[in-house]
Ligand binder design. Structure first.
Ligand SMILES: *Cc1c(COP(=O)(O)O)cnc(C)c1O
Length: 407
């Protein structure tokens, strides 16, 4: 037995602190990233196994006690999932990433890993319905205190932090479904608590929160990153030590990513820059069109001059994202009718894929909230959320016009 086999020595994953591709443009990173274990194969091999044989009991013990063992048991780590994690880390400019079975798997693992009873959390009001409900459950059942802040108030996050007591500051930008924008520089300047940004609405080719100094960035990779509505996946990125710490909890929580979904997401990443670029362009075209439409009361899109945080968005995003919302004149029934009348776009509750999807957040993504919480989260009954896909902008514009014109 040599020193390398010392069972007391946990084997840390052999990874450079930052992958070399991080100096390249996002488009190049998306192509180059996550190939270290490909063995010459251009596409990542699919490791469709839950378990590996061990060469010796010492090696098995080392895997069982180490951090993120690669070929031991898929809940601990899987090379296909690892390739996806490496690709995301490269895109984010992160030392390390960790994948999960869903976006909520990532959200729950991060919150459970970092929070204990008696802790204080600062959380943005305008966030994904599932995250909001989870935090409310943690408040009620686990003795965690949450201060809810309005993302549209400058300085609100920092002002709500209680030194020595606040463990997590939770933000989402842009935020579902009113596309409110949090100031990443403000969040990155907060010292003490871990600052976590859910960046699902802005994939890392257009926004990289870690560059602004936040601790962790999280995505529902189910959305834009995988990008084809064929994978359910979450991913968290940050410094290797912190991500390893999250792993120690995550391996027990068990929301580990499927290698099949990781492979689909890795394929999605190869086209992420072109897909996102086109989707953002079309979204802005449609938002501008609807902003002057007589059947629309208001359009929420961070790229419009009238958006309250347009200047912040312009500073911290390379494009404004593929998701926007609008309020239909006439109320909730008319909003529902628009979603049911479209023929090119489709009525479905997700985002970031090739198909343009419409939904009424008050009836779907935010239906689990109390009416008061819904309004505080900026969700009105007549709001339609649009996730812009890859159809031609003219066809989508004509489709929305037809749907807004009536039956
Ligand atoms: C969809 C979504 C989630 C949850 O992700 P799942 O993959 O559905 O679990 C979290 N945050 C945001 C902003 C989302 O849009």
């Amino acid at each position: 037995m040599n020193g390398d086999d010392d069972p007391a020595e946990p084997r840390l994953h052999p990874e450079p602190r930052l992958p070399p591709e991080v100096s390249m443009h996002p488009e190049t990173r998306a192509i180059r990233a996550g190939r270290t274990a490909n063995d010459g194969s251009l596409s990542a091999p699919l490791w469709s196994t839950s378990v590996w044989t061990s060469p010796s009991i010492v090696a098995a013990r080392r895997s069982a006690t180490g951090v993120r063992a690669e070929r031991f048991y898929t809940r601990y780590g899987n090379p296909t999932v690892r390739a996806f994690e490496e690709a995301v880390a490269t895109l984010e400019g992160a030392e390390s990433s960790l994948a999960f079975a869903s976006g909520m798997g990532a959200v729950a693992s991060v919150l459970y890993a970092l929070c204990s009873p008696g802790d204080h959390v600062v959380a943005q009001r305008q966030i994904y319905g599932g995250t909001l409900q989870l935090l409310q459950m943690m408040e009620a059942r686990f003795g965690i205190e949450v201060t809810w802040v309005d993302v549209t108030e400058p300085g609100a996050f920092a002002a709500a932090v209680r030194p020595g007591k606040t463990v997590v500051v939770w933000a989402e930008t842009p935020a579902n479904p009113r596309v409110a924008v949090a100031d990443l520089h403000e969040l990155g300047s907060i010292r003490g608590p871990f600052t976590v940004v859910d960046g699902t609405l802005a994939p890392p080719v257009i926004q990289r929160p870690l560059e602004h100094g936040v601790s962790l960035v999280l995505h529902s990779a189910t959305k834009g990153i995988a990008g084809h509505n064929d994978a359910t996946l979450g991913v968290v990125s940050g410094d290797a030590d912190l991500v390893d710490e999250l792993w120690r909890y995550a391996v027990l929580h068990g929301a580990s990513a499927s290698p099949h979904d990781a492979l689909n997401a890795l394929r999605g990443i190869r086209t992420l820059a072109v897909r996102t670029g086109r989707q953002c362009e079309t979204a802005l075209t449609l938002a501008r069109h609807l902003a002057t439409h007589r059947s629309v009361d208001r359009v929420h899109h961070p790229g419009l001059d009238e958006h309250p945080q347009h200047d912040i968005a312009k500073r911290q995003m390379d494009a404004y994202g593929s998701l926007f919302s609008f309020e239909v004149r006439g109320g909730a029934d008319e909003a529902a009718a628009v979603c049911e009348r479209v023929q090119v776009a489709q009525l479905a509750t997700s985002l970031g894929g090739p198909e343009t999807l419409l939904t009424v957040p008050a009836m779907t993504t935010h239906v689990g909230l109390s009416p008061d919480d819904r309004l505080l989260a900026g969700v009105t009954a007549n709001m339609v959320r649009v996730s812009v896909g890859l159809e031609h902008a003219d066809d989508l514009r004509a489709d929305l016009d037809r749907a807004l014109a009536g039956p």
